[in-house]
Ligand binder design. Structure first.
Ligand SMILES: Cc1cc2nc3c(=O)[nH]c(=O)nc-3n(C[C@H](O)[C@H](O)[C@H](O)COP(=O)(O)O)c2cc1C
Length: 283
């Protein structure tokens, strides 16, 4: 890793050292350049390549091997959302389940993936993998989820175990009628568990990685807000994730097209809604 400082540009403000999470940048007390303090990089193998030093420098004096010029952009402050506009988006966002067959434009999908990529990750480890599933894949996920829950519902409603499930698994027992309604819709050609989504994003991280849940769900949230901004419906796939937890890891990986050793931590169903909501309620 190579980090160099252009002493002809550096103003000696010290911001790069202050923002470095790994304390790789030090400000020496040496008085070169007409009395200005000069930064230097030490122990660069500890650099986590977060790019803070490059981004914070107003003088464009930090040259980081991982961030060539074409990867550096000025912040368009005029384009940032105001607190009010962001608040309005968050208040009005909904899990809109009226998904139609209309395809999601490719550039919108690109925006969602880019949004996911900009989410924070623990120690900038960036180990989240986002897999995009198409309709044929989604149908397989739907069928596997539905089959799992139908098996569960049959068990719950079995006359022999019913008194016990009613007593000890009250929550699951209460879900049984809803599952039966789902079965009807499923048999009619709908995809109730996946909310008729036309695309699905699977956020996964390596098995055994300590921050898989956190990193994947932060990436999810970024992508979900981008979906809302584009008027695309997004729904968190809790039912699917519950069903997948009871399936062998190898089967889950095939079903979700995950690379080896990846574990899914968040799943998003996506699609173009039939209509949008006119109001939001206080929550
Ligand atoms: C962890 C989690 C799991 C969820 N699972 C499902 C699901 O399987 N199916 C579904 O239709 N909605 C699911 N949702 C969406 C919630 O039902 C929804 O967020 C909630 O009812 C509030 O509505 P809103 O998102 O429109 O504000 C889930 C949400 C979360 C956070």
């Amino acid at each position: 890793m190579n980090i160099v400082f252009d002493s002809s540009k550096c103003t000696g403000c010290g911001r790069c050292a202050r923002v470095c999470p790994s304390s790789v940048i030090l400000f020496a007390e040496q008085t070169e350049n007409g009395g200005r303090k000069v930064p230097r990089a030490e122990n660069v193998s500890a650099c986590i390549e977060c790019g803070h030093c490059v981004d914070v420098c107003h003088a464009d004096a930090v040259q980081h091997e991982s961030f060539p010029k074409e990867r550096i952009h000025d912040v368009r402050t005029d384009m940032l959302p105001t607190p009010e506009s962001l608040k309005e988006l968050m208040r009005s966002r909904r899990s809109n389940r009226t998904i139609t067959d209309k395809p999601i434009p490719a550039d919108v999908m690109d925006d969602l993936l880019e949004a996911a990529r900009y989410a924070p990750t623990a120690e900038n480890s960036r180990r989240v993998c986002v897999t995009v599933l198409d309709l044929a894949d989604i149908q397989k996920v739907e069928d596997a989820t539905m089959s799992f829950f139908l098996g569960l519902a049959m068990l719950l409603m079995n006359p022999v175990v019913k008194p016990f499930t009613r007593l000890f698994l009250r929550d699951l027992y209460d879900e049984a009628p809803e599952l039966m309604r789902f079965e009807k819709r499923w048999k009619a050609g709908e995809r109730p568990c996946t909310c008729n989504g036309t695309r699905m994003l699977v956020f996964s991280a390596p098995k055994g990685y300590d921050f898989g849940w956190q990193d994947c769900n932060l990436a999810y949230q970024n992508a979900s807000l981008m979906a809302e901004a584009h008027g695309v419906s997004q729904i968190y796939m809790g039912l699917v994730q519950t069903a997948l937890r009871f399936m062998p890891a190898a089967k889950v990986r095939v079903l979700l097209r995950l690379p080896d050793n990846q574990k899914p931590y968040a799943i998003m169903s996506l699609g173009i809604p039939a209509f949008t909501y006119a109001r939001y309620t206080d929550r």
